[in-house]
Design a protein around this ligand. Structure first.
Ligand SMILES: [Zn+2]
Length: 429
């Protein structure tokens, strides 16, 4: 571990700059960086990286660069306005171990504005809380990567190994932003992703499959509804069958070591639904979007087939749907599960992070298993790089009045800065 006075200087530097860090985070929340709208926020990040003397790589995602790679998720949108940004610190003669700090700039839609107490894209501070869409998931964490680097510099040092700060898109829907970084050649000996992990380290995460299902009806005038076929009501039948499959998968949890302790590891979500054209017309169509989780150790292709079989079998029992089976389209997550604790080379960075966390928080680092996915899978599964998800505490992510705990932001930034200094080694400026 670092000498005590250097460690203290680094922690103090985070402390001193913390109001700047909060201001910067609030500004970043001000960019409504939902899918396809991330470019201006990415410019803001690129400028901040350049101002720190990092070499900035800003590039447009090109699906041809990575569609052949494992971990790719299919998309139905184009990437015409979709940019990744990486800021690199490269010492002249690297000595220590290299590090990737990765965060996503994309946020999920804010939902009905009237359910927020204040505008989701005008960050609001109330004591130790910073409110806003993306404040917790995960702009505070992304910003902490930059300010952790700053703290090392302010203490009078630079990392003695390569450090890459990655601001990626597409984490909330495909992961293709992190995959594009791999395709572009970015590699390191460890990666930290400051998702809002609640000051814990994620041991394992579920995988995610998105499917869009469209049921075709038979439209007639509502006055003769019995002669038609109602696509919206038919969607209920399929959704019910999916609920039964969800219960079946959860009942298998004891066969999956990472998730056996969780009361409900597998969550299916019907996240969107639309259908019909007119109150007095029996609906000709209904489309709904399914998000299904899979266990960390599942075969994703086999699970995707199970989902398809479930839908097709439920449809086959219906006289109309058996003739006109629903369409199933993949456009979004095909994300395998991932378990950091299964990686042999994770022991060293995990132990170091534990020490850094202990030094800042005065207590042992807790580890947890989540029922969602993160970009850590790209580092762990496809680059043999331990991907450590570790970041601040946040409440109501993907909901309304999302907020992040600023004390936890400060402490996790300090722990990440200490990790950087220890992992990469230091050279005096
Ligand atoms: Zn996130």
């Amino acid at each position: 571990m670092l000498e005590d006075d250097i460690a203290t200087a680094i922690q103090n530097a985070v402390y001193r700059r913390f109001e700047d860090q909060v201001d910067f985070t609030a500004q970043l929340v001000g960019f409504p960086s939902t899918r396809g709208n991330e470019a201006t926020a990415q410019d803001f990040m690129a400028d901040a990286m350049a101002a720190r003397g990092l070499t900035v790589d800003r590039w447009k995602l090109d699906i041809d660069d990575f569609k052949h790679l494992p971990g790719f998720s299919p998309v139905s949108i184009d990437y015409d306005n979709s940019y990744n940004v990486v800021g690199a610190w490269r010492p002249e003669t690297p000595k220590g171990k290299s590090l990737i700090l990765n965060g996503h700039i994309d946020v999920v839609p804010e939902g009905p504005l009237d359910m927020w107490d204040s505008s989701p894209y005008e960050a609001r501070r109330d004591g130790d809380r910073l409110y806003g869409r993306g404040a917790g998931d995960m702009k505070a964490g992304l910003v902490s990567c930059l300010f952790a680097y700053d703290a090392v510099v302010e203490a009078g040092y630079r990392p003695a190994a390569n450090v890459f700060v990655q601001s990626v898109i597409e984490e909330e829907c495909t992961g293709n932003g992190a995959l594009a970084c791999l395709a572009r050649g970015y590699r390191a000996d460890a990666a930290i992703i400051p998702e809002p992990s609640g000051d814990t380290l994620f041991n394992a995460q579920t995988g995610t499959i998105w499917q869009q299902i469209t049921v075709k009806g038979h439209p007639v005038h509502a006055s003769r509804a019995t002669e038609g076929f109602n696509a919206i009501k038919a969607a209920y039948v399929l959704i019910q069958a999916l609920e039964e499959l969800e219960a079946k998968w959860n009942a298998e949890k004891d066969q999956h070591k990472h998730h056996c302790g969780h009361h409900h590891p597998i969550n299916f979500n019907i996240g969107k639904i639309a259908g019909g054209d007119w109150p007095a017309s029996v609906p000709a169509w209904c489309t709904f979007d399914l998000r299904a989780a899979i266990f960390a150790d599942d075969d994703i292709q086999a699970r995707a087939r199970e989902l398809e079989d479930c839908i097709r079998e439920a449809a086959a029992k219906d006289p109309h749907m058996s003739n006109r089976p629903p369409d199933i389209v993949y456009q979004g997550f095909m994300a395998e599960g991932f378990a950091l604790e299964d990686m042999e080379n994770a022991a060293e960075p995990v132990s170091l992070l534990g020490n850094c966390h202990q030094a800042v928080y005065g207590e042992a680092l807790k580890r947890s298993v989540i029922t969602g996915t993160t970009d850590a899978r790209f580092f762990g599964l496809y680059a043999n790089t331990p991907g450590l998800v570790y970041g601040p505490r946040s409440v109501d992510v993907h909901g309304f009045n999302e907020w992040v705990d600023l004390e936890s932001v400060r402490k996790s930034t300090q722990a990440i800065a200490l990790f950087m200094a220890n992992w990469c080694g230091l050279e005096k400026i």
